[in-house]
Design a protein around this ligand. Structure first.
Ligand code: PLP
Length: 401
């Protein structure tokens, strides 16, 4: 799954080049940097690798989402439709720009249910934010069509699906804007980092300035830059970007290993009675960071999780239904809008109103879902052993239930 599994000499070499000059900042200091511009180099590699015209690196995936929302002009009074299965960063970013996250049901793709999206559209909706969870993807054609019909922005949170694609286009490059995270557990890592990708130059110009205090970056003298609007500091450092420069060169290798390991594990699990697998709208584009599978009932899933825990093979396997980070059920801090400072009362009321719905369809899916993280380091023998042990645990749970 994550690039940190393949950290090595290439990353060290890239970081050492930056340490050799001492210029750790991505902007300015031209004289001392000896032609080394790691953030720029990584941005160029991203546009080439994923096929978009513009990429703006920032300090995290959360910062990338925030920067993209700002660049799309989303703020107070606006609603952003997003899935109830995601990572907390997705709604943190929406709330941080003053907008309201509207959580809706997911389907067996583990991403936005297009019918739920349609039903949630109001005259305040500005943006649809699919989250391509666990290496797979949302139904992009349908979501794009909905955005077209209603004049909405499409912002892809592709933080978990680096290298995945949908009908030949890389995830994160299909909507008006898309984001990756390069945090330590993502397919490519910079330790911390993120990127906003877009094919719209005006969005890129905004993202570029917003993520560096609103600097217009038009001249050679930072001190003389103008500030067309208020910005923020979400800059990535040269040290972080350097790690990414080494990592992105390994992406094809990571994806090939992930896909191979994923298919071996799937083959082992396929004979479990009643098992089904997550629906992938474009199977060829699955980045295969996880294998997500369903058992016929929540009870059996819970007892299988317990059996796998008992036999010591639950590590790297996730029962999201009980997870604090990824599913609505445990987000009490969101449901009560528990912020440190005061939110505007209208904003607070809108958040609470829009996240306290019930999600019976999603509960019925997530209660039966287990996601197994695909390691890059497994041998074929280890995968087959793991698969057999997982199957044995489920069969044991079946005997008991
Ligand atoms: C990791 C992740 C993010 C945020 O990334 P950070 O770099 O950790 O801020 C956003 N959305 C999803 C779905 C993620 O998995």
């Amino acid at each position: 799954m994550p690039g940190f599994e393949f950290f090595g000499d290439e990353e060290r070499h890239q970081v050492n080049e930056v340490l050799g000059t001492g210029i750790l900042m991505r902007y300015g200091f031209d004289a001392g940097r000896k032609g080394i511009w790691k953030a720029l180099e990584l941005e160029q590699a991203i546009t080439q690798t994923f096929g978009c015209t513009h990429a703006q690196l920032v300090s995290s995936g959360t910062a990338a989402l925030t920067t993209a929302l700002q660049s799309l002009g989303i703020g107070y009074g606006d609603e952003v439709i997003m899935p109830c299965f995601t990572f907390v960063a997705s709604f943190e970013a929406v709330i941080s720009v003053g907008a309201t996250p509207v959580l809706v049901e997911i389907d067996d793709t583990l991403t936005l249910d297009p019918a739920a999206v349609r039903a949630a559209i109001t005259d305040r909706t500005k943006c649809i934010m699919p989250v391509h969870m666990c290496g797979g993807m949302a139904e992009m054609d349908t979501l794009q069509a909905i955005c077209g019909e209603h004049g909405l922005a499409l912002l892809e949170d592709a933080c978990q699906s680096i290298g995945g694609s949908y009908k030949g286009k890389c995830l994160g490059t299909i909507g008006n804007a898309g984001t990756f995270s390069f945090d330590f557990v993502k397919t490519l890592t910079c330790a911390e980092g993120g990127v906003v990708m877009t094919n719209q130059k005006e969005l890129f110009i905004k993202a570029d300035a917003y993520s560096d205090h609103g600097h217009d970056h038009k001249g050679v003298d930072r001190g003389a830059d103008l500030h067309p609007f208020l910005g923020y500091n979400f800059r990535i450092s040269e040290l972080h970007a350097a790690v990414g420069v080494a990592q992105i060169r390994k992406l094809d290798r990571f994806l090939a290993i992930q896909r191979k390991n994923h298919s071996i594990l799937k083959e082992e699990l396929a004979s479990i009675p009643g098992i089904t697998f997550r629906r992938i709208p474009d199977p060829a584009g699955d980045s295969c960071t996880f294998l997500s599978w369903f058992l016929p009932s929540e009870d059996l899933t819970r007892s299988s999780v317990a059996e796998m825990k008992e036999s010591g093979i639950l590590g790297g396997q996730f029962y999201w239904f009980d997870n604090n980070w990824h599913y609505i059920r445990k987000w009490d801090h969101l449901k009560t809008a528990m912020t440190l400072g005061h939110l505007h009362p209208d904003h607070r009321e809108a958040i609470i109103r829009n996240v306290n719905a019930s999600f019976p369809g999603s509960d019925a899916i997530m209660g039966r879902c287990i996601s197994t993280a695909i390691s890059l380091l497994w041998t074929e023998e280890q995968i087959r052993d793991k698969g057999k042990a997982m199957k044995a645990a489920v069969l044991k749970a079946m005997g008991k239930s």
